[in-house]
Design a protein around this ligand. Structure first.
Ligand code: NAD
Length: 492
């Protein structure tokens, strides 16, 4: 089948086709893509059918022996070039992700694209530390190796496709694996452009493949294939259950980075204005951020002052077109998601919640929602217990540290957390929160060397730094005895 003409979007040409074995591959079936900014149709995207999944799996398998045989030092220049090629297309990446995912253009420019490049570069460099690690004991020399696992399937969500795809591709490729990326169907454009960058960088055919399509069709086919060695997934809890079952049937390890309902704790001794300014940031990306602290837990003694300070920050937020420099809160990804957010708010209000602000669609357009804060919510209520994934926060009060910790720990999630207070006090309390990570008097500091992931329903496994390599590699111990070995049935 011939390749499809590129889509011409925001001055950028992007292929709607898959990228398999180093070339573009069209499909006889496609799905429609539209922009969350104004529901404008963006084009038809190739749907991954059985034949495409099979081609990608075979291509990745074929490429694996040569790619895995290279040393990390040999792979590094190619991956550095991959990062450079992302940089050369920076403006296109910014425009496309703003257009299909509604991410702020300013954030793409200053945060996401530099980070995507770093994701590739940093792991290429860090893979140089993956030397054989000797362990010397009385009996033997152990040579502990990190061997590339094989074919890796990466499945990413729509809220941060470029950042999350490169976060997984970086370590997986640097460690010597061959990858198949299944982008989110609501925002696949920057993943397609990643294939162009990889191609221009000269990554060998089959090392990196992109197969687009639905989760239930294309995604399920890929993650359930027994030739796959690892599945790295970021997305929702229900999907994670399906993926874990499919991968589990083949005993394939999966890394699951899932949703959150993180606590944002404000202690009595906190810098209230600093805390309030950070709390307003939870509306970033229209609240479609897994690690946002969406449950504000505020000491009763400072509740009113905190709410007044936060109201000031929220009233100054500009909701609108993500491509405008002045915009701070963009659109919600999909009409279905807007309905979902609205439903959560309506049910909470019907159950007695008090709307401190927001609660309605925003006049800017059909997929914009007002930054919302709901008070008078019970710990066991739906709105406190479930991830909304929209610009909706809840407010609860506590009177003691013990009560704050109990509330923070009182959901099935455990991804992130934020704790504002006098530093020693906040640090001590933060350590009692059951979660994957927690920021003290700050938010969003991410270091590639640090572990990232959640506990409870927020995920399984850790990625980041050495943890990524632990996941994407098979760890093997080659044991060489120091003394001549004498075979004996009584020897342990
Ligand atoms: P989702 O689970 O609906 O979809 C994520 C991806 O999985 C998509 O590419 C989808 O096509 C694919 N998929 C769906 N069903 C599949 C199946 N049966 N087999 C294989 N693949 C399948 O999630 P979403 O709505 O796109 O994203 C929002 C969710 O992602 C939220 O819960 C959010 O908290 C979470 N998230 C978590 C992190 C993190 O790092 N912990 C980061 C961002 C988003």
């Amino acid at each position: 089948m011939n390749t499809s003409p590129p889509l011409d979007l925001a001055g950028t040409a992007v292929s709607p086709d898959h990228y398999i074995d180093g070339r573009r591959v069209a499909s006889e079936r496609s799905f429609a893509l539209s922009s969350p900014i104004d529901q404008r149709p963006l084009g038809q995207i190739a749907e991954g059918l059985e034949v495409h999944c099979e081609a990608a799996l075979q291509a990745a398998q074929r490429a694996f022996p040569a790619w895995s045989a290279l040393s990390a030092a040999q792979r590094k220049p190619l991956l550095d070039r991959f990062a450079e090629e992302i940089g050369r297309r920076a403006d296109a990446f910014c425009q496309l992700e703003s257009l299909d995912a509604g991410v702020l253009l300013s954030r793409m420019r200053h945060g996401v694209v530099p980070r995507a490049m770093l994701n590739i570069r940093w792991f290429a460099e860090h893979a140089l530390t993956l030397q054989d690690r000797p362990i010397d004991t009385e009996q033997a020399h152990h040579i502990v190796r990190h061997d590339p696992a094989g074919v890796v399937v990466i499945v990413t969500p729509w809220n941060a496709p470029l950042m999350l795809s490169t976060w997984k591709l970086g370590p997986a490729l640097a460690a010597g694996n061959c990858c198949i990326l299944k982008p989110p169907e609501w925002a696949p454009l920057t993943c397609s452009l990643l294939a162009d960058a990889a191609h221009a960088a000269g990554l060998p055919p089959g090392v990196f493949n992109v197969v687009q399509g639905s989760g239930a069709g294309t995604g399920a086919r890929l993650v359930g294939d027994p030739r796959v060695a690892r599945v790295s997934f970021t997305g929702s809890v229900p999907t994670a259950r399906l993926i874990a079952q499919a991968a589990g049937a083949n005993l394939v390890p999966c890394s699951l980075e899932l949703g959150g309902k993180s606590a944002f704790i404000v202690l009595e001794d906190a810098d209230l204005d600093g805390a309030a300014a950070t709390a307003a940031l939870m509306y970033r990306n229209a609240g479609q951020v897994c690690l946002a602290g969406t449950r504000l837990l505020v000491h009763a003694a400072v509740r009113e002052r905190f709410v007044a300070a936060m109201r000031g920050h929220v009233e100054r937020l500009t909701v609108g077109d993500p491509r405008a420099d002045s915009t701070e809160v963009g659109p919600i990804i999909h009409p279905r998601q807007v309905e979902r957010v609205q439903g959560f708010v309506q049910r909470a209000v019907a159950a007695g919640a008090e709307l401190l602000w927001g609660g309605e669609r925003h006049p800017h357009g059909a997929q914009y929602f007002q930054p919302t804060l709901l008070a008078n919510v019970a710990q066991d209520s739906e709105i406190v217990q479930n991830e909304v994934f929209g610009p909706v926060l809840t407010l609860q009060s506590f009177s003691s540290d013990d009560e704050a910790v109990a509330m923070a720990n009182g959901t099935d999630y455990g991804l992130g957390g934020i704790c504002y207070g006098e530093t020693a006090h906040a640090t001590a309390l933060a350590q009692r929160v059951r979660t994957g990570f927690i920021w003290v008097n700050s938010f969003g500091i991410r270091d590639l060397a640090a572990p990232f992931g959640g506990i409870k329903r927020s995920g399984v496994g850790r990625e980041g730094g050495d943890w990524s390599f632990e996941f994407f590699c098979d760890i093997k111990d080659v044991v060489v005895p120091k003394q001549p070995f004498k075979a004996s049935f009584s020897h342990r």
